[in-house]
Design a protein. Structure first.
Length: 325
């Protein structure tokens, strides 16, 4: 269709008068559509549980659905790269875990630099792992585990949720400090590893507290100690590994990040929403049931945590000589 020149000029003049929506204005109206939350683990584990709880609560606060997208594999690197390469518009978020701090050293070749390419949003929770064994293993304490492993080098299979996970590195730190020999058996997620531990296919696991506490209480697994520096209210009878190995500490933690370039106004909106959830009595109670310690704070606070953990686990990886590529 051909417009007369005068009509075209009128249309052009009218278009020029239309309001221009700035990035800041778009951020103020955020969110206007569903938000994708990518995690690098299979359904059923503590990461998946955390993501789904936060997704539900954030949806209620922000008025948009949160779609949880599980992308296991590659030690969370597949999910991490997918999240970092997404449009920095606030509609793709990522559940950050210790694996992101560990992988910076564990992998010699990565297609990304997480500390440089991820924008921290907020911390969520932190909780210990638990040293658990199948009841058929004839040990009841950390000293007994060390003695048994030294008397039977290579006999114990140590399950984990994958190379570079906190479950894996908690065990590697334990091996490093004790000098024992346990065979690491990585799985694609904590849930299948836990299934095989319950079945006796593997004997030892430094599992996340939320996923194994019920099995310990039911007697299906034997808990030996927690990996934090203080006892857990969920399993108060268990000592800490540090009671027997001074200086030992390993915690799982989760938080949210977004791709580099995400508008600060959107980051602030999400940070406020997360902190409001962590201050809510219902959320506190639910996370308390999981044995978690809350991590409220600013984006900078969470960024410092990730940086500190990257440095800490980098030293452990180098000392142990662990590599996956």
């Amino acid at each position: 269709m051909k417009f007369p020149r005068r009509q075209f000029l009128h249309l052009a003049a009218g278009a020029a008068l239309l309001p221009v929506v700035s990035p800041s204005a778009k951020a103020q109206s955020y969110p206007t559509r569903p938000i994708r939350l990518i995690i690098g683990y299979t359904p059923g584990g503590s990461a998946d549980m955390t993501a789904r709880l936060m997704g539900q609560w954030l949806s209620e606060r922000l008025g948009q659905s949160f779609v949880i997208e599980n992308r296991p594999g590659g030690g969370t690197n597949i999910a991490t790269e997918a999240a970092l390469r997404a449009a920095p518009d606030g509609y793709t978020l990522f559940l950050v875990a210790p694996a992101n701090a560990i992988n910076a050293t564990l992998y010699s070749k990565l297609n990304f630099n997480f500390l440089q390419e991820a924008v921290p949003i907020a911390g969520i929770i932190r909780f210990p792992n638990v040293v658990v064994v199948n009841p058929e293993v004839p040990v009841k304490t950390i000293p007994e585990l060390i003695a048994y492993a030294k008397a039977n080098p290579g006999k114990l299979n140590m399950a984990s949720s994958g190379n570079g996970s906190t479950i894996h590195m908690s065990g590697e730190l334990f091996k490093m400090l004790t000098g024992i020999d346990m065979l690491h058996v990585p799985y694609r997620g904590g849930a299948p590893a836990l299934t095989d531990l319950l079945a006796g296919q593997v004997q030892v696991m430094f599992d996340n507290l939320p996923t194994c506490a019920g099995h310990v209480k039911a007697g299906k697994l034997r808990g030996l100690a927690v990996t934090s520096t203080t006892r857990s209210e969920v399993l108060p009878d268990l000592p800490t590994v540090a009671d027997f190995l001074p200086g030992y500490e390993a915690s799982a933690w989760y938080g949210l990040s977004a791709p580099k370039g995400t508008p600060p106004e959107i980051v602030e909106t999400l940070n406020k929403a997360v902190n409001a959830i962590l201050a809510d009595p219902a959320a506190k109670a639910r996370f308390g049931e999981l044995g978690a310690v809350l991590l409220p704070g600013s984006p900078a606070d969470f960024g410092r945590l990730v940086a500190d953990e990257t440095e800490k686990w980098g030293k452990v990886v180098k000392f142990a000589g662990a590599k996956v590529d």
